[in-house]
Design a protein around this ligand. Structure first.
Ligand SMILES: C[S@@+](CC[C@H](N)C(=O)[O-])C[C@H]1O[C@@H](n2cnc3c(N)ncnc32)[C@H](O)[C@@H]1O
Length: 471
């Protein structure tokens, strides 16, 4: 939504918004939260960013901004959900969903009521998009990562039956399965955008100190999850991250990691996410994350183009792919990154090995197999040409329904129409970002292959390398 629309839509609840913030702050203090007098919880709806935390005074590096007691973090362990019900759900993420559904259903009886009142009830995360809205993201691999089907299966099979079985505990007697599923979606999306993976106190150091980013998905899935009041009121900005959460024995502490000027916003670190994933997980887009944008090239698309371009028989293609699988270097899909992203290669080593393997002359491939060696992770002219063809084909898959007015029209009347238009505008930004990735990658490949776009026969390895591999 444009900021005026957000302001208009929110005008009616202005007082309510502020009253909720105040009662949340009072609740935090009652529960042992300490808050530096140099920061404030602010209304950033004019900027389309809900609540956020601002510096009121200049803040030095490594200054404590606030601390939250472990007991006020909402987890499956701290929730008042009866132990016998907790024992029925053994997954950290589903457990927290059940705990949040329980606390939400307790209404005024919940110890977290003033906190739950500042959490959103409405989301723009992709799980809530209609099929028509998702069409505007066609081409982006993010559409296949939403996971609605598997989430619904988990809710329907592992959470809702537990709620039904304990309907009295959950005050869910008069709720049908549709209402319960909607509540699971709401809590699941809240967790995705707000929850933290809780580290053990003994670490007493920032999340994943090694590189400052979040741990990978697999590691993250098994960690206990918790909703940390106030810590989750920090917005994010890939370019201006200035705060970090530290885990101590009986509290968590947010500290500045660089000097912050009075009036500046305090940002937490959401990780090096492509714009598409910021939209999927957090329901908004910003150009700040564009340097992390990627385009996925699937193994299948590479095989299809190789078959056509290199004139490989099915048998040869299968033999080469099998060899890479046996060597454990085969992926289902390969990310193409941007050269301005210093953290990764534009073309990964695994992708280069695949392309090399597919373009090697037969005798060289057989030699590699005999010696049990993989081709070097380099881009030779033939492999650069193969990749160019893959990426040119990839360009054609994207949704082409660009809206020159940025999604909004004068004749839009309902909130639903505005919401849908806003979502399509965000989708456009994702698609444009991915097309930029493709355009840059193709320009780089042109330099490597000297390609005119015409097909060339496979040539022996001449050792051309991608920009970053050289460095
Ligand atoms: C952890 S919460 C941060 C607090 C949130 N603004 C609120 O009012 O509750 C994450 C959510 O904040 C919003 N958000 C975070 N960073 C943002 C930004 N830079 N611009 C706009 N919205 C942002 C997104 O809606 C996201 O899902």
């Amino acid at each position: 939504m444009a900021s005026e629309d957000v302001a208009m839509a929110n005008a009616g609840e202005a007082d309510d918004f502020e009253a909720k913030s105040q009662s949340f702050l009072a609740w935090l203090r009652q529960h042992g939260t300490t808050i530096s007098s140099s920061i404030e919880l602010a209304d950033l709806r004019q900027h389309g960013a809900g609540r956020g935390v601002l510096a009121k005074d200049d803040i030095a590096e490594d200054e404590e901004l606030f601390s939250v007691t472990r007991a006020s973090i909402l987890t499956i362990a701290t929730s008042k959900l009866p132990a016998r019900v907790k024992a029925q759900i053994d997954d950290p993420w589903l457990g927290l969903i059940a705990a949040m559904v329980y606390e939400h259903q307790q209404g005024g009886e919940s110890s977290w009521k003033p906190y739950l009142a500042v959490l959103p009830a409405d989301f723009d995360t992709l799980i809530f998009w209609s099929d028509a809205e998702l069409q505007s993201l066609r081409g982006s691999a993010v559409v296949d990562k939403i996971g609605k089907v598997s989430a619904d299966k988990a809710f329907n099979e592992r959470v809702i039956p537990v709620i039904r079985e304990n309907a009295e505990v959950f005050h869910a007697d008069d709720m049908n399965d549709g209402n319960l599923l909607a509540l699971c979606h709401r809590m699941g999306s809240t967790i995705m955008a707000y929850a933290f993976d809780l580290e053990k106190p003994s670490h007493s150091q920032p999340k994943n100190e090694e590189d400052g980013w979040e741990e990978d998905d697999e590691e993250s899935e098994s960690m206990p999850k918790g909703m940390i009041p106030l810590a989750d009121m920090l917005n994010a900005d890939a370019d201006r991250n200035n705060a970090k959460l530290y885990y101590e024995e009986d509290k968590v502490v947010m500290k500045s990691i660089q000097p912050i000027k009075a009036g500046e916003e305090i940002f937490n670190d959401y990780g090096p996410l492509p714009t598409a994933d910021v939209l999927r997980r957090y329901g908004y887009v910003t150009s700040n994350y564009a340097r992390y944008d990627v385009v996925e090239a699937s193994l299948q698309s590479i095989k299809d183009v190789a078959k056509e371009q290199m004139k490989l028989s099915d048998q040869v293609l299968a033999q080469r792919v099998r060899y890479l699988d046996e060597q454990d270097v085969l992926d289902d899909a390969y990310d193409i990154s941007r050269s301005c992203n210093e953290d990764v290669e534009v073309f990964s080593e695994e992708l280069c090995i695949l392309l090399q393997t597919l373009t090697l002359p037969e005798a060289e491939f057989e030699k590699s197999v005999r010696k049990e060696k993989l081709p070097k992770p380099e881009l030779t002219p033939p492999s650069a040409e193969l990749l160019s063809a893959v990426l040119r084909q990839r360009q054609t898959v994207y949704s082409m329904t660009m809206n020159p007015n940025g999604g909004t029209r004068d004749d839009m009347e309902t909130t639903a129409e505005h919401k849908s238009a806003h979502r399509r505008t965000m989708a456009q930004q994702v698609i444009q970002g991915e097309q930029q990735v493709l355009a840059e990658a193709l320009a780089m490949l042109k330099g490597m292959s000297g390609s005119t776009g015409e097909k060339r026969k496979a040539e022996p390895d001449t050792g051309a390398m991608s920009k970053k591999q050289k460095g």
